[in-house]
Design a protein around this ligand. Sequence first.
Ligand code: SAM
Length: 280
Amino acid sequence: MTHPGELLKKNSLYAGKELGQNFLSNPATAQMIVDRTGVDKEMIVLEIGPGLGAITLPLARACKQVVAVEKDRRIIPLLEEELANEGIRNVTIINQDILKTDIRELAGTKKLVVIGNLPYNISSQILFQLITIRQVVTRAFLMFQKELAERLLSPAGNRNYSRLAAVVQYASKIERVADIRPNNFFPRPDVNSTVLRFDFFETKGMGKEDEILLFSVIKAAFSKRRKTLHNAMADGELGLTKEIVGIALENAGIDPSRRAETLNVQEFIDLSKAVGKVST
Ligand code: SAM
């Protein structure tokens, strides 16, 4: 692997801040991440933002096929050259924005593993996108700013527990894969990074409509963090009266004076089922 700084300079290019281009510059770190994914020669992997190929090269050697979606057209010829120099032929590069990509269509009848060292400003959005199509994504390995990773790992009751954590913990089992220091990237970011592994659960017995309601209930509950659940949920988002919310909380066996950050995933499921019953 050629050092990203050298490769960019040789081609008179620069790392784009708006695309979150902090390329992994330490091949041992990229190899360690790929090793910890446990991918094998049977698997098709979707890589989000392959950049100059730090992860793509060891990944392509470890799996059956890599489908790499990269938004920046400028760097694709450099990635193609890196792959050709290493004699790697099982990578398909798609020049597209992942947020506008139909991953379900890309997968077809197959199941995908997803890996991405993502721009931090779109990491939550991509994670949410993956949750909504988790029938075709078995697991994902995504890099986050360390603070966001800590928030996603926080259990109910912790002050870092959030709306996103509740949704993600409902949809997947989360594990920390590795913490990565800034000196592993070019250019160096100002923050520490963490790779997380998500093993997606299929449905937990919830239909599509049930899930949409659950996510709305979680959103409403966290919309006013300082308010009690009763007040936060009766405050517009769900279009429910205070009385209806009170009945739902009582039927779910949840104290109305609690706050959203104290409810675990099962309690949110119970609450959304109770909301569904009283509001129909
Ligand atoms: N995976 C490479 C690595 O580890 O060195 C590059 C990581 S860099 C942090 C993020 C990559 O995602 C860049 O190549 C950037 O151009 C690409 N990218 C940014 N936004 C994207 C988007 N919306 N869709 C697809 N790729 C995107």
